[in-house]
Design a protein around this ligand. Structure first.
Ligand code: DQA
Length: 150
């Protein structure tokens, strides 16, 4: 069977994982997150490509090419979660199954983090479980794609 192709997107400052506020985000690096996702994807019959950028436009350019190449997107939009209408609209236009994840529990932190402009165009959101947010998000995304959902 042809494996599902999933695009994993990481927003700004996530390249600093492991060094960035480890009391909030833990000590795991972005390379380790991607390696764990690759391993989980293989078990689920999927393959992932991952991309991190600190630049809104680069993420949007990547999303615009995704429709032809992938069945779904797993995204941690990082700070763009809270204000990037441009990112949200690119994700909506892509028309792919979408799951939003966050390492931290965004509802237990500063008030500005409690609002996501991305969530309304996602099938669902998983947050607060560290690296497991990504792994659970990938599992959910594969299921959503399997039932033909967005
Ligand atoms: C984050 C939460 C966001 O509020 C923050 O801006 C991030 C990381 C998370 O994974 O917990 O950069 O998306």
């Amino acid at each position: 069977m042809t494996p599902l192709k999933i695009l994993v997107l990481h927003g700004p400052n996530l390249n600093l994982l492991g060094r960035r506020e480890p009391e909030i985000y833990g000590s795991i690096t972005l390379d380790q997150v991607n390696a764990a996702l690759e391993a989980r994807a293989a078990k689920l019959g999927a393959v992932i490509d991952s991309f991190q950028s600190n630049h809104e436009g680069e993420l949007i350019d990547c999303i615009q090419t995704a429709s032809a190449l992938y069945q779904g997107i797993l995204i941690n939009p990082a700070a763009f979660t809270h204000y990037s209408y441009a990112l949200r609209e690119a994700l909506a236009a892509a028309g792919l199954s979408l799951v939003e994840v966050h390492l931290s529990n965004i509802f237990a932190r500063e008030a500005f983090r409690s609002h996501s402009v991305v969530s309304p165009v996602a099938a669902g959101v998983i947050c607060g479980f560290g690296i497991n947010s990504y792994l659970l998000g990938l599992e959910a995304l594969v299921q959503v794609i399997g039932v033909g959902g967005k």
